[in-house]
Ligand binder design. Structure first.
Ligand code: GLN
Length: 197
């Protein structure tokens, strides 16, 4: 997982709970032998700058553009969006998902909140913790909505998938629910199987 900034430890704990080995990616040479990549929450503007100073931007962009298994949460979702609203003018993303994301899009009143997200692809609804979360403001035809929450404006997407890239605007690593991490590793298993044939 990308370990330049953000809630790295919580994601690592979720992956280890599922029995996976975690590699902390801080430099370009750490990309060897990875099965999947997690982009944690944090601050997407800071992450964007750290990607440049660490030299990790190019290998990470190649990883995402190559449709390698990737899971972004919160700021990680912003990093994967095609378009960012209310970002810094020099903030660049990996464009792994056909979505537009508005930073801190739930406004000041909803700085941080918890709700249940409907996630039919994974079964029962999921407890979803939002912390200064990005709001997904549009979803292209090539991108599938995995989860929604009810808002005053109706159901809104909060998790999406395009190919082997998934992301959610909330923080599943802050609850005991490891279904997203399990989905990522399932995607990684199918992707490595596909390469063997
Ligand atoms: N608001 C942050 C951003 O846009 C994301 C917050 C988070 O990851 N918890 O980068």
């Amino acid at each position: 997982m990308l370990a330049l900034q953000g809630d790295v430890r919580e994601h690592a704990a979720a992956l280890e709970k599922l029995g996976h080995e975690v590699v902390l990616v801080k430099r370009p040479e750490h990309f060897e032998d990875l099965a999947a990549m997690v982009l944690p929450g944090g601050e997407s503007t800071t992450l964007s700058m750290l990607l440049d100073s660490s030299g990790v931007r190019d290998p990470l962009e190649a990883w995402v553009q190559g449709n390698r298994p990737t899971f972004g949460t919160c700021a990680g979702l912003v990093m994967l969006a095609s378009t960012v609203e209310d970002g810094r003018s020099d903030q660049k993303t990996m464009a792994g998902l056909g979505i537009s994301a508005r930073r801190n899009g739930y406004g000041r009143q909803r700085f941080s909140f918890e709700t249940l997200a409907a996630i039919p692809a994974l079964g029962e609804p999921m407890e979803a913790v939002f912390i200064r979360a990005p709001r997904i403001t549009s979803v292209a035809d090539d991108t599938e909505v995995l989860a929604t929450i009810d808002t005053d404006h109706g159901a809104e997407p909060v998790a999406v998938r395009r190919g082997n890239v998934i992301a959610c605007s909330f923080h599943p690593e802050l609850t005991d629910d490891t279904r997203f991490h399990a989905l990522l590793m399932e995607i990684a298993r199918s992707a490595s199987g596909a390469e063997d044939h």
